[in-house]
Design a protein around this ligand. Sequence first.
Ligand SMILES: *Cc1c(COP(=O)(O)O)cnc(C)c1O
Length: 392
Amino acid sequence: MTSRARAEIVVDLAAIRHNVRRLREIAADAVEPGAAAPMMMTVVKADGYGHGVTEVSRAAREGGADWLGAATLEEALAVREGGDTGPLLCWLTVPGDDWGAAIGRDIDVTAYSLGELAEIEAAARQLATTARVQLKIDTGLTRGGCLPEDWPALLAECRAAEERGHIRVTGIWSHLACGDEPEHPANDSQEQVFREALAAVEQAGLRPEVRHLANSAATVLRPSVRFDLVRCGIASYGLDPAPGVTDDLGLVPAMTVRAPLAMVKSAPAGTSVSYGHTWTADADTRLGLVPVGYAEGLPRVASNTVEVWLNGKRRPERGIICMDQFMIDLGDDEAHEGDVVEIFGTGHDGAPTALDWARAAGTINYEIVTRIGGRLRRVHVDSERDTEGGNA
Ligand SMILES: *Cc1c(COP(=O)(O)O)cnc(C)c1O
């Protein structure tokens, strides 16, 4: 084994377990005496928000995830390929999707429309089985989901399909537009539409197992929408779902991106750096070359704004971030080729986080972690269980 540092994404599975446990505590907080605490769904779409779907799924279950959630049917199948057998929901399908594959692997699928319901029922009939179907109502996000005016017809058809025997409605759910803005009036309005939709479900004679509306932000900020199950994505990875709004939630970012310094060079005052010479040294300094670029998912728009961590300090990025590399300012500090640059990570000691990159790029932490990849190798470690600091 070589000890040579490499450009890599390090994912700490102990952090995932911790975050899922912590979110379960948060969701159980303020539950009325005698009432059940909501169940936890860990959302593992987009390759576990860039953290690795198989490893994240396992860690999330260990942390207490009752459910896993995926966007596409293919993602849900990938969760099963990774060995997971527990409750699993997917919600973003297209006509002609392989419903049979999902039904055969005990995946709850989501129907938004009569057309989807018909495809699901036909696939289940062909397999001589009963599909587990959740219904999504569009309460105001205006993305996927059944419009309230079409809801009664969808419910009636579901009830009839249940009678025919190949459909069972297992859940009713919706998704918030402004869960990270607790004062936004859309939250009240969506909650009300959802409650009305649930009353109609009851009236239609459907008896779903779970009703759910909250994402990470709403899980933390709006107890009234926790219902039977909360769906936590970003917070499970240790990232703040509502920066500037939430108090410290005690979450730990699971992803660290780091690379060895490829070169150190002096830059006399007047030296201009990288494409377009967008930065010029106003005093003598030394610069370090970091071999990671926008092909790895770093946002080029963060050039000349973002900072990274090296030898116990934040270091400003200098010049345009290129496809494969960028430069950082070392000042007078000693630094050597091979020293490890932390591009972002847990935020220990004030080191940069995915949120810092997001702010420098005018985007959200979700986009930073889900886009990171390219030529970086990804390794999974477990800071609670590994004895040698890494298992890769
Ligand atoms: C992505 C997603 C979530 C998770 O959202 P976070 O803000 O990451 O917690 C929950 N529900 C649905 C439908 C989603 O698409």
